[in-house]
Design a protein around this ligand. Structure first.
Ligand SMILES: NC(=O)c1ccc[n+]([C@@H]2O[C@H](COP(=O)([O-])OP(=O)(O)OC[C@H]3O[C@@H](n4cnc5c(N)ncnc54)[C@H](O)[C@@H]3O)[C@@H](O)[C@H]2O)c1
Length: 276
């Protein structure tokens, strides 16, 4: 089957599933979720899916115009969403984002930490200290401190779910994305480090590790025939991932279906990780 035809069929199946999810009221009904960097790509798909599954969702990104565009799009789909600007590297923005969810919707049940920076592409030993700091401040430090701000509100609800967006690069580093890959390895550790203390508060902490997903981040691969062919040869499912391939597993992790899952990271790479 051609790539386009299989994608067409996958989209059709997704539409059928969306209709049945809406009809059932949604497995996240009554939950309040915050998703960072959610005006585009994987974050937007996650926000949309949590909303389709019944959650009230607070979206965010660094630019007001992107927040407004995404809000219009999601509200146009009849989803219960609000949004605000949040640069996750700024402590005040992180606190305001969590507080916005509590003020607007009365509490917080779900946090998806999706924002990531990647200013350095090239050999590991060419990494500058400022690039290293930016990557680790955004991808690791901000992710932890946002979760730390969220936990007391989840504790008040008696339960909660935190999901960190890592990468298959966290398991097997991409050679030319060294510091980024190490930051994603740190998130695998953060999931495990937070799970015990949070578990005693009935707050579950998990992660996802996407493979190559078709977003702006990976366009150097999918917009060029050579690299695309090379990568597809390593993916048993013979296609790149779509943002929606990440969204379903996140919704599952945040739902009661995953009530006994914590400290884990789910890989969605079309089988690629098993080949690396
Ligand atoms: N696309 C892929 O192939 C892929 C694979 C594995 C993991 N991921 C991860 O998925 C997540 C989403 O990536 P994506 O592919 O949708 O595209 P992306 O890389 O464009 O998403 C990252 C988002 O984070 C935002 N961001 C960066 N710094 C920020 C900050 N300080 N505050 C708030 N937002 C900030 C960016 O504006 C961008 O929208 C990232 O964590 C990325 O590392 C992506």
């Amino acid at each position: 089957m051609s790539f386009t035809k299989s994608r067409f069929l996958a989209v059709g199946q997704q539409c059928v599933k969306m209709a049945s999810r809406a009809a059932s009221g949604g497995k996240l009904a009554g939950k309040v979720a915050v998703v960072t960097a959610s005006t585009d790509g994987i974050g937007l798909a996650i926000a949309r899916r949590l909303g389709q599954d019944g959650a009230k969702v607070v979206i965010s990104s660094r630019k007001e115009k992107n927040v407004q565009r995404a809000l219009q799009e999601l509200q146009g789909e009849n989803l219960d969403v609000t949004g605000m600007v949040c640069h996750v590297g700024k402590a005040e923005d992180r606190k305001n984002l969590i507080q916005h969810a509590v003020d607007k919707y009365g509490g917080l049940d779900i946090l998806v930490s999706n924002a990531a920076a990647n200013p350095a592409f090239g050999p590991m030993l060419d990494t500058t200290e400022s690039a290293w700091d930016k990557i680790f401040d955004t991808n690791v430090k901000a992710a932890f401190f946002l979760a730390k701000d969220a936990v007391p509100h989840m504790e008040k609800r008696g339960a909660g779910s935190v999901v960190f967006v890592s990468s298959i690069g966290g398991y097997v580093p991409f050679e030319l994305l060294g510091p980024y890959s190490v930051s994603k390895t740190a998130l695998l550790g953060l999931v495990k480090a937070m799970a015990p203390q949070c578990g005693r508060l009935n707050i579950r902490v998990n992660g996802i590790a996407p493979g190559i997903i078709k977003t702006r981040f990976s366009e150097a691969i999918w917009k060029n025939e050579g690299p695309l062919k090379e990568q597809l040869a390593q993916i048993p499912l013979s296609r790149l991932g779509e943002p929606e391939d990440c969204a379903g597993p996140v919704s599952f992790l945040c739902s009661d279906d995953a009530a006994y899952i914590t400290g884990e990271t789910i890989v969605m790479s079309g089988g690629m990780l098993s080949r690396l």
